[in-house]
Write a protein that binds this ligand. Structure first.
Ligand SMILES: Nc1nc2c(ncn2[C@@H]2O[C@H](COP(=O)(O)OP(=O)(O)OP(=O)(O)O)[C@@H](O)[C@H]2O)c(=O)[nH]1
Ligand SMILES: [Mg+2]
Length: 193
């Protein structure tokens, strides 16, 4: 089964097919944003050059727009996506779970996003990518280093009426092995109204 079919399937099942939604892919450079976008697009795994300029890429499935921006030192990109995300429905934040040296940087960027008023209450799916690499961080470790240990909202279905809670969860994945992010998307899709 193709991921794209599977992904369409999720969207249809959840009644999201005709919904207009903007989903942002954010994360430091090298986290895997471009790889994931292309995987969703045509289930192709290709080796990507680091994304240069422009610092954003877009993919549309149905009426849902996926847009990726690179964080981490890219001041221009930051300005661009700040303009863009005035009406964002969800954020997918990718972290390279093998690159532990950059966890503090990844945390700083994530904290900035989480405390940004423009993104208040926007659901966050945090993907700990590259778990196929030996010694990549575990989910517990990633949650700890990202400062999320007591801030995740739960992987089960949460009552959407309880609007004081920002949906936020961590899912570990390997994009190259096509593992883990499906569960993440399924979790996230319940929060896209
Ligand atoms: N081992 C492993 N490598 C991965 C995985 N996902 C992506 N990569 C590799 O990580 C590198 C960076 O991936 P990109 O998709 O280019 O990352 P990006 O977030 O778009 O990075 P920039 O465009 O530089 O901001 C590439 O060499 C990918 O092949 C994964 O699940 N496992
Ligand atoms: Mg890229």
């Amino acid at each position: 089964m193709f991921l794209v079919d599977w992904f369409y399937g999720i969207l249809v099942t959840l009644g999201l097919w005709q919904k207009e939604a903007k989903i942002l892919f954010l994360g430091l450079d090298n986290a895997g944003k471009t790889t994931l976008l292309h995987m969703l697009k045509d289930e192709k795994l290709v080796q990507h050059q680091p994304t240069q300029f422009p610092t954003s890429e877009e993919l549309c499935i149905g009426k849902i727009k996926f847009k990726a921006f690179d964080l981490g030192g890219h001041q221009i990109a930051r300005r661009v996506w700040k303009d863009y995300y005035t009406k964002v429905d969800a954020v997918i934040y990718l972290v390279d779970s093998y690159d532990k040296e950059r966890f503090p940087e990844a945390k700083r960027e994530l904290d900035a996003l989480l405390s940004d008023e423009a993104l208040a209450n926007v659901p966050f799916l945090i993907l700990g990518n590259k778990i196929d690499i030996p010694y990549a961080a575990s989910e517990d470790e990633l949650q700890y280093y990202m400062g999320l240990t007591n801030f995740t909202s739960g992987k089960g279905k949460v009552n959407l009426d309880d609007s004081n809670i920002r949906p936020l969860e961590v899912f570990m994945c390997s994009i190259v092995r096509k593992m883990g992010y499906g569960e993440g998307f399924t979790w996230l899709s319940q929060y896209i109204k």
